[in-house]
Design a protein around this ligand. Sequence first.
Ligand code: DHB
Length: 305
Amino acid sequence: MESTLLSTSFAGLYLTNPTILASGIMGYSAESMNRIVKAGAGAVITKSVGREPRVGYVNPTVVQAQAGLINAMGLPNPGIDVYVEEIKFSKTILRVPLIVSVFGYSAEDYATVAKKAADAGADAVELNVSCPHVKQTGAEIGQSPKLLSEVIEKVKAAVNKPLIVKLSPNVTDITILAKAAVEAGADALTAVNTLKAIAIDTETMMPILNNVKGGLSGAAIKPVALRCVYDIADAFDIPIIGCGGISNWRDAVEFFLAGASAVQIGTAVAEDIEVFQSVTKGVETYLRKKHYGSVKEIVGLAHRK
Ligand code: DHB
């Protein structure tokens, strides 16, 4: 949907509307991402890709929670050397920015994968330093300011594309990690990845997920994600992408007011792929009703004194 009311730009990326497909859902192939673009997303983010292929965990890998999903897929992916072909093909058909989500087990890994993704045509890279349950990657990096800085500095040195860092909510004070990311050179921050969670079956009396613990997403985490965005916006002048439980225009507007320049939608896509259109249309109606000329004008308004 083209509209000056809804278009936005941050970290060198231009979006015709501020909704983005979150990593992890329908971001495997060029075709699935193109369906998302046709449904109205302003940008798309791939499922996280690493240096080597990973098959992921054995089922069950997803379980319904009261107001969301808990998943532990185990970062399944074909490895960057295979995935570069998908990135190249995606670039020939997608009309919106393509952001490649990257994970690794070391700073060198992250830099190698990010460089291959960027060289293949990714418009930006999002670092997954916040997967809550796969050992030696993800949150184990994103919970340590020192490791986080190291990873970001290595990737920045290797890649000349916008670098988005997706932070974990599973920390005591997210601004400490945000500070490390800002100082190491992140161009934008995504707040937040999933909350570490568990589901237990009363019949078997055992955890439901094969991996025991997983990441909680969806409406259940929205107020936590919103607080994280608010805290980061209060402390730093860096573009923030809100993520966590957004399924309607009101959710999106709350994130803009808290300080997000754009929002990612993931779990709600599983229910209704048209969510990008409905959020965008609702935000447009809201802006007109409130007499704003651009979505950019309401970013961070909840912080005014
Ligand atoms: C997985 C990765 C994540 O970053 C997350 O938040 C949840 C699950 C995974 O692939 O298992």
